[in-house]
Design a protein around this ligand. Structure first.
Ligand code: HEM
Length: 271
């Protein structure tokens, strides 16, 4: 961060400039907002509560080790669209910019407000990166989801089920993760559709030359094996709750996402 001081007015100006970079007619479903949300999550989701490292503080995805983690394929797109915002507001750290942009993306797509605060710093070198392989693998099942979210990051089962509901927006890309397609018919609208689709569609394994994933009857929508795991206990009761109660999903998501982007973030008299 430069010596220039942050202030509420300045953050507002950053938010406005972030919103300007989202619309893009010929990209995916017309918006960079989903991939920017994914950047905020992957910047944060490396946190290890046992080793007390990883997480959004440091913006270590600027360095090769983390940028080239196969789980982060495609996130160069999100980092690149935010570059003009960084150039216009050089005082903000990348770590703050990426997490703020994720929150702005959620709100911009009709989701809840997140009580984001600033104060993250950019760590200086490649050696600050967490090891590769900490982000979840969509091809695995329930035990893996519990290992990553509950044992390693420190979320409850309910918070975990809530966070994965972000798959209501965006899509999988064959050339990034190998998986293909969107989870809902409204991939730029933040809602509780993910849970509704998960519960009420009939999902069968897609027959194709690609990683194991599930498709609905029309073959338009998809679910990852980790998404399907949410239909089992201990997650299922929360899928049912959030499918029925959108406001509850929004309230819980707002709190869980704030916790996610603050994992491992040092309190420094933040704004
Ligand atoms: C078990 C946990 C999770 C797994 C295995 C997982 C896996 C994936 C995969 C494979 C993709 C497709 C990437 C691509 O091909 O471009 C994806 C996309 C996405 N994920 Fe997750 N994810 C998980 C949890 C989350 C969480 C907690 C969030 C946010 C709170 C999130 C937000 C997103 C978004 C917004 C996209 C769409 C990105 C785009 O449209 O480019 N995911 N996820």
């Amino acid at each position: 961060m430069s010596t220039e001081q942050a202030s509420p007015d300045k953050y507002l100006a950053v938010r406005k400039d972030i919103i300007k970079v989202f619309p893009k007619e010929d990209y995916d479903d017309g918006s960079f907002a989903p991939v920017v949300l994914r950047l905020a999550w992957h910047a944060s989701g490396t946190y290890d509560k046992n080793h007390k490292n990883g997480g959004s503080d440091g913006s270590t995805m600027r360095y090769k080790t983390e940028a080239e983690d196969p789980a982060n394929a495609g996130l160069e797109v999100a980092r690149a669209v935010l570059e003009p915002v960084k150039a216009a507001h050089t005082w903000i750290s990348y770590a703050d910019l990426w997490t703020l942009a994720g929150c702005v993306a959620i709100e911009h797509m009709g989701g809840p407000h997140i009580e984001w605060t600033g104060g993250r710093r950019d760590k200086p070198s490649e050696t600050d990166c967490p090891p590769q392989g900490r982000l979840p693998d969509g091809g695995l099942g329930k035990d893996h989801v519990l290992d990553v979210f509950v044992s390693r990051m420190g979320f409850t089962v309910q918070e975990t089920t809530c966070l994965i509901g972000a798959h209501t927006v965006g899509r999988c890309h064959k050339d990034r993760s190998g998986f293909d397609g969107p989870w809902t018919e409204t991939p730029t609208r933040f809602s509780n559709q993910f849970y509704k689709q998960l519960l009420h569609n009939t999902w069968t394994e897609k027959k194709w030359d690609g990683p194991r994933q599930f498709e609905d009857e029309d073959g338009d929508l998809m679910m990852l094996p980790t998404d399907m795991a949410l239909l089992e206990p201990p997650f299922r009761e929360y899928v049912e709750l959030y499918a029925k109660d959108k406001q509850r999903f929004f309230d819980d998501f707002s709190a869980a996402f704030l916790k996610l982007i603050e994992l491992g973030v040092a309190k420094r008299g933040r704004l």
